[in-house]
Write a protein of this length. Structure first.
Length: 216
């Protein structure tokens, strides 16, 4: 089966030399891609340019992405009828830069539009604008495939993370959602419906469960 795995962070540019990004190594998605290849699947790994994981990449195709918009472009380009599953593990930046202003010592604000913002001109005020949620668009792009999302949370508790994962299934029409992060706690949850979830103590067990989704 042809599968797509996204991994690693997107970033958003402030100017030509500065970026806003998420903490993500890309390890989990890369290792999932490796696992699927070992099970005979044909995998395209879309990997963030700023992913720091240096482990082996066994996917038949590895393509880098940069910004959230660039990742969406890559997903659109791969939305072919022969794709059987999409595992969207990338850490998509929640915000991008909007307007940026310079505040002078007297308090006056002036909008900055420059290739490189000087650090010697005064205090900067930056507007952060929410990025579009890629997961919302995936079902329209891949309407007959197995679609698995991720819900990584640092605030709350396991119950709240599982509820958020159920909300993703409902709102984004994903088939399953992986729940993890410090709010979830040890291991991983795999939510496949309202009130239906399984817990896995490590990534190896999670990958086994994800691969089983490909064989209903």
């Amino acid at each position: 089966m042809k599968c797509i795995v996204t991994a690693g962070p997107t970033y958003e540019t402030m100017d030509n030399v500065r970026r806003l990004t998420n903490f993500s190594t890309g390890r989990l998605g890369t290792e999932l891609a490796n696992f699927l290849v070992a099970r005979g699947q044909e995998v395209t790994l879309l990997l963030g340019e700023q992913a720091t994981h240096c482990g082996e990449r066994k996917a038949q195709r590895v393509e880098p992405f940069s910004t959230t918009a660039n990742l969406l472009e890559k997903l659109k380009a791969h939305s072919q009828p022969d794709i059987g599953a999409v595992f969207h593990a990338a850490a998509v930046s929640d915000f991008r830069f909007g307007q940026i202003w310079l505040r002078s010592p007297s308090g006056e604000l002036s909008e900055i539009k420059s290739g490189k913002i000087s650090t010697r001109q005064g205090t900067l005020l930056a507007e952060l604008v929410p990025t579009s949620k890629i997961i919302v668009e995936l079902r329209l792009l891949y309407f007959v495939v197995k679609l698995v999302g991720w819900k990584y949370e640092v605030d709350g508790d396991k119950a709240s993370v599982l509820r958020a994962a159920e909300g993703q299934l409902r709102d984004c029409q994903t088939d399953a959602c992986v729940a993890n992060g410090s709010a979830y706690g040890f291991g991983f949850g795999l939510v496949t419906g309202a009130g239906r979830s399984d817990h896995f103590r490590d990534s190896a067990a999670l990958f086994e469960a994800l691969e089983r989704l490909l064989h209903p």
